[in-house]
Design a protein around this ligand. Structure first.
Ligand code: SAH
Length: 346
């Protein structure tokens, strides 16, 4: 049988797996057993599931594809110990994930697509366009492979690597539910962040899913003109429409939204930009995360001077906005925001 005919077992929530076992004529408890092997014990293949009979394992091999990402390269930052993983997917495509260690735990930044089609001007992930969406299993396995590699429990997951998560909505949703499932790795939804460039209909849809995740909006400009220069998606949805969607999200979920704002020297870092941002973030009680723009070879954007960043932050603070400047992790290994890119094996 061709690999493409096989069903993707790692992307199946427990309820679906139960149905599968039933049609296979297996005992119902087999589903929970298998789920545990994949999502708690993090088995790398059916052959590791030694308490399943050989005959049953063979049947599984014949009917299912088992997603298992292979690290082809791991780079570690000499500055802060951040590790960047390059993973090979089953079809040969490559994605990158980043592991950061903080005092309060281990955070993994995962990719949601191979490449990206959003075209943000300052971001390396979109330079070669979109190749394909990642499956729920491929998103989960980035977390699993890293946890296995380091031997330390992953406590936080941010969907901020390559890709636009809300452009891969259905798979993202299955992933979020499985990652936070008590039968699986059981990562609290409050420790999961999804970052979007601002797809308005999907933000509204996500608001109704009854999740407690954190939504981060990549705002980067407080007016339409500047935002359109930086992000093509801003030609589709205005800042006003975006703010309406954010208010709706906060109302439905009771969760505060984070605004991400990459500071680009001379582009979006003036006093009036800061005042505009304060007017948007203040009334909604949003947290603002400032990111000094990271260098991308193909682009000539520059970081704002440190004194400018401080003043921008001061203006927000004077307006009672909760603001932090993101620590740049892993810049020396191109592991920082916007530096992940589609890789090809030579
Ligand atoms: N597509 C999603 C998630 C991926 S990007 C999104 O747009 O939110 C994660 C964050 O890094 C986003 O806020 C993105 O705008 C930001 N980013 C991209 N390139 C960057 C760069 N060169 N420097 C700083 N931040 C960047």
């Amino acid at each position: 049988m061709e690999a493409c005919d096989l069903k993707d077992i790692k992307s199946m929530p427990l309820s679906l797996l139960e149905g599968e076992m039933e049609t296979m004529g297996e005992k119902p408890y087999r589903a929970a057993q298998l789920y545990r092997w994949m999502h708690v014990r993090l088995a790398r293949g059916f052959e590791e599931m030694t308490d399943l009979s050989k005959a049953f394992r063979k049947k599984l091999e014949e009917n299912y594809d088992f997603t298992c990402l292979k690290p082809v390269e791991v780079q570690e930052s000499a500055i802060d110990g951040t590790r960047k993983y390059l993973f090979r997917l089953g079809d040969g495509n490559l994605v990158e994930s980043v592991r950061m260690k903080y005092r309060h735990g281990v955070s993994v930044c995962i990719s949601s697509q191979v490449g990206c089609r959003m075209g943000c001007r300052f971001c390396a992930s979109t330079l070669n366009g979109l190749e394909r969406n990642l499956t729920p299993g491929e998103m989960l396995d980035q977390v699993y492979a890293i946890q296995l590699d380091t031997g330390e429990r992953v406590s936080n997951v941010v969907v901020m690597g390559s890709g636009e998560p809300l452009d891969n909505y259905d798979n993202l949703l299955v992933f979020l539910k499985m990652l936070s499932d008590g039968n699986g790795l059981n990562i609290s939804q409050r420790n999961i962040t999804v970052s979007t460039c601002g797809l308005v209909p999907e933000i509204r849809k996500l608001a109704r899913e009854n999740l407690q995740i954190t939504l981060a909006l990549s705002l980067h400009a407080s007016n339409d003109k500047t935002r359109r220069e930086l992000m093509p998606i801003a030609r589709k949805y205005s800042v006003g429409e975006l703010m309406d969607a954010c208010r709706y999200y906060a109302d439905c979920t009771g969760r505060r939204i984070t605004f991400e704002y990459s500071l680009v020297g001379g582009k979006n870092d003036s006093d009036s930009d800061a005042e505009g941002l304060a007017r948007l973030a203040g009334p909604m009680g949003c947290h603002v995360n400032l990111i000094p723009v990271n260098p991308v070879r193909e682009r000539d954007y520059v970081q704002s001077a440190p004194s400018r960043i401080r003043e921008f932050q001061n203006i927000l603070q004077r307006n009672k906005v909760n603001v932090t400047v993101r620590r740049e992790m892993g810049r020396d290994i191109d592991g920082a925001c916007g530096q992940l890119r589609r890789k090809f094996l030579s």
